[in-house]
Design a protein around this ligand. Structure first.
Ligand SMILES: [Mg+2]
Length: 186
């Protein structure tokens, strides 16, 4: 197993830093140091409580993903190498993988995630339309597609570095709006 870190600077960072490690402990150490580095300014400022600093650490930690990659197979879904802005990391990745050939006909993970998300949105739309046209149908097909979509929402958050807290906060905002502009929430 090798270990890959994707460290986004913000939730929609288009070119996150990529790091590759042979040992899990080294990868975890890098993450810990990175979070320390990112939260150093507010720690040094001395105006935040420990709880606030801890919250800030959690936010920064949520922008960094750690995943394991099999040694032998690099898989059909290739990682998103950035050939322009992050050449240093790309070269480090090549060094880490020595002679492994990189297939060039890959979909990067972000694109694959978005495509399947779009597909599932379409399937939810289709089942919703069918329930309007055939109200006698039960909701089992819509239930399945809602589950598929929920799965892709979670994976989109994971692979695009979107904090689940940020999504949750938007859920609350939408509910508030619906109270005003719909009859769905009492
Ligand atoms: Mg589906």
């Amino acid at each position: 197993m090798k270990y890959k870190i994707t460290a986004a600077k913000e939730s929609l960072d288009p070119s996150p830093t990529l790091k590759f490690f042979n040992e899990l402990s080294k990868a975890e150490e890098w993450i810990s140091n990175e979070v320390d580095l990112r939260t150093e300014p507010i720690r040094m400022a001395g105006v935040c409580t420990n709880k606030e600093i801890e919250e800030e650490r959690e936010i920064e930690r949520s922008l960094i993903t750690l995943e394991s990659i099999p040694d032998e197979s690099y898989g059909p879904v290739h990682e998103e190498y950035n050939f322009t802005d992050d050449f240093g990391d790309y070269k480090a990745a090549l060094d880490a993988y020595n002679d492994i050939d990189i297939p060039m006909n890959f979909l990067d993970r972000k694109t694959e995630t978005l495509i399947i998300l779009i597909e599932e949105c379409g399937e939810v739309i289709q089942e919703s339309c069918k329930l309007i046209r055939f109200p006698q149908n039960d909701v089992s097909k819509l239930t399945k597609e809602l589950g598929d979509l929920q799965c892709m929402i979670n994976l989109t958050a994971q692979h695009l570095g979107i904090g689940t807290m940020a999504i949750g906060s938007q859920v609350n905002k939408k509910r508030e709006k619906l109270k005003e502009f719909s009859s769905l929430i009492d």
